[in-house]
Design a protein around this ligand. Structure first.
Ligand code: ZN
Length: 274
């Protein structure tokens, strides 16, 4: 099944890109096969100043852009999750602004201790925190009352998310996708790439895509025990070599989920049906 991914042109660097009234993004210059054109750092104009969501990679140029372009003083720094392309610039930005950091606690990155721990259902900067583990154990989406959600790396329009154990968990990821379907939101603003309007059909297809792949993996190992590399070879059509390792991580995540469900067991270098 082909996913209906959205693309966008390479965005301008070092400028404030309008997203919605009072919401801007700066796209960090860290493009890659995993980060698309780069990490989206969002600047949200709140009554008391700017809420910054996801500082981005550890880049002096990106930090300088943020400090130069922010329309008002940065009064708080929110983290969607601890991966370095989101967390990297946090220390420099906090040093420059003195703003408190908000994030899941404890962070899987022990070096990051949020000033304000955020749990599922908490309110941060007037937004509802939705714990959405799967891509990362500490992943949070932030939902605004107007139906806009900062979906970070849980749901991105340009690509499906990598779910790489042990931080990534396929069962949690699927449950977190279902969680998004149970919410009435109308627009997602992801951590990489363009905005996603009318997100539910897309989230449903993400979920369907994973279930279909998982059944294919279960069927393959029922026929013949196999390792992750062989399963990627068999199940992924003409995959870019660069993405092969990422695909293997996703396959491993499916196998671990199947193992927990009593449907697969590791057997030396290979996996077989339970
Ligand atoms: Zn990311």
């Amino acid at each position: 099944m082909n996913m209906a991914f959205l693309t966008e042109a390479v965005p301008a660097r070092g400028v404030l890109l309008p997203v919605l009234p009072g919401i801007h993004r700066i796209v960090a210059d860290n493009p890659s096969r995993m980060t698309y054109h780069g990490t989206n750092t969002y600047l949200i104009e709140d009554p008391d100043g700017v809420t910054l969501l996801d500082p981005g990679p550890d880049s002096a140029a990106h930090v300088a852009d943020i400090l130069r372009l922010t329309p008002a003083p940065i009064v708080r720094i929110l983290l969607s999750h601890h991966h370095h392309d989101h967390l990297g610039a946090t220390a420099a930005l906090q040093a420059a602004t003195g703003a408190p950091t908000f994030g899941w606690s404890p962070s899987p990155n022990a070096a990051f201790v949020p000033d304000v721990p955020v749990a599922d259902g908490d309110t941060a900067a007037g937004m509802l925190a939705v714990h959405t583990p799967g891509h990362a154990a500490d992943h949070l989406c932030f939902a605004r009352p107007d139906g806009t959600v900062f979906s970070a790396d849980h749901v991105m329009a340009w690509s499906s998310s990598i779910v790489s154990p042990p931080g990534g968990d396929m069962a949690a990821y699927c449950a977190s996708l279902q969680r998004m379907l149970d919410r009435p939101d109308s627009l997602y603003l992801p951590g990489h790439g363009p905005a996603l309007p009318d997100p539910h059909p897309y989230v449903r297809s993400l979920l369907h895509h994973r279930i279909t792949r998982e059944e294919a993996i279960a069927a393959a190992i029922a026929q013949r025990p196999a390792g992750t590399a062989a399963l990627v070879e068999a199940l992924y059509s003409k995959i870019d070599p660069v993405l092969k390792l990422a695909a293997e991580r996703n396959v491993l995540a499916h196998l671990l989920k199947l193992q927990r469900e009593g449907r697969a067991v590791p057997d030396g270098e290979v996996w077989r049906a339970a």
